[in-house]
Design a protein around this ligand. Structure first.
Ligand code: DGL
Length: 269
């Protein structure tokens, strides 16, 4: 094993949601060191124009490069949808977003080739998931729906609330009437709504967690490039944010499933 193997994986997101991806990564790759950056000062990205998201993405990438990471995982669906090429051009490293892994997993799951996609306004408008699904199979039918209220509901901790169920019903009814059998959760926050989404889709739809699918892709990429960290030492997981860390620390546990430890504020851009 070389020094390169022990370098951290860099993960970034518009804010807190990418912790669902870090959680999935750690389950699959428990030895890896990780540097996480959440752009909490400029979140949300999902309601912003592609041009602005692309500008922010440059700063996010440069921050991770300054931490000498061995690969970059774009945990944010919005960035993966509209700015993955920005990261790829800037970083001379292996890079993955969440769109291709999520679309791949959906195509492996669907039986009737009717797939739903939910995400932020920017992700849905970009058609990134739909394009990737069509690239994988010309005969797939894709039904997409932006669900902008899901992000604030999750950040409020309203996962099990009647109001959230009613809103989920409004958003998802048009997709279930199209008889989708698979639904891509195309936003970092949506895995926390799995229970309610399963309820309103009456358990008839397989939910694809793009973050989990991405962890599989990261494992494959590290293996292919001989970059796995095989050290048995406890991994070092570092968290950086661009606004005051208190809210991130408090709400982050919900996403991460365990205590976060130290979260540092940094200035970027
Ligand atoms: N992380 C974003 C995503 O996955 C959701 C939050 C935001 O809009 O910035 O698209």
């Amino acid at each position: 094993m070389t020094d390169q193997n022990q370098k951290p994986i860099g993960v970034f997101d518009s804010g807190i949601g990418g912790l669902t991806v870090v959680r999935a990564l750690l389950e699959k790759l428990p030895n890896e060191n990780i540097v996480y950056f959440g752009d909490t000062a400029r979140v949300p990205y999902g309601s912003k124009s592609p041009q602005v998201v692309r500008e922010y993405t440059q700063d996010d990438t440069d921050f991770l490069l300054s931490k000498d990471v061995k690969m970059i995982v774009v945990a944010c669906n919005t960035v993966s949808a509209v700015a993955l090429d920005v990261v790829q051009k800037r970083a001379n490293l292996p890079v993955t977003g969440v769109i291709i892994p999520g679309a791949d997993a959906a195509m492996r799951s669907t039986k009737n080739r009717r797939v739903g996609v939910i995400g932020t306004v920017a992700t849905v408008h970009s058609n990134a998931y739909a394009n990737e699904l069509k690239h994988l199979s010309k005969s797939v039918h894709v039904f997409s729906k932006a669900c902008p209220l899901f992000v604030p509901l999750v950040e409020e901790g309203w996962m099990d609330f009647k109001a959230t169920e009613m809103i989920a019903n409004e958003y998802l009814f048009p997709l279930t009437t199209e008889k989708i059998d698979t639904l891509i959760l195309g936003c970092t926050h949506y895995p926390l709504l799995k229970k309610i989404i399963t309820k309103v889709t009456k358990g008839m739809v397989t939910l694809i967690d793009s973050g989990e699918a991405t962890a599989g892709t990261v494992e494959k990429m590290l293996n292919e490039q001989n970059l796995r960290n095989t050290s048995t030492e406890k991994p070092n997981i570092q968290f950086f944010v661009s606004d005051a860390p208190e809210k991130f620390t408090a709400v982050g546990e919900l996403f991460f499933g365990q205590k976060l430890g130290v979260v540092k504020r940094v200035s970027i851009g």
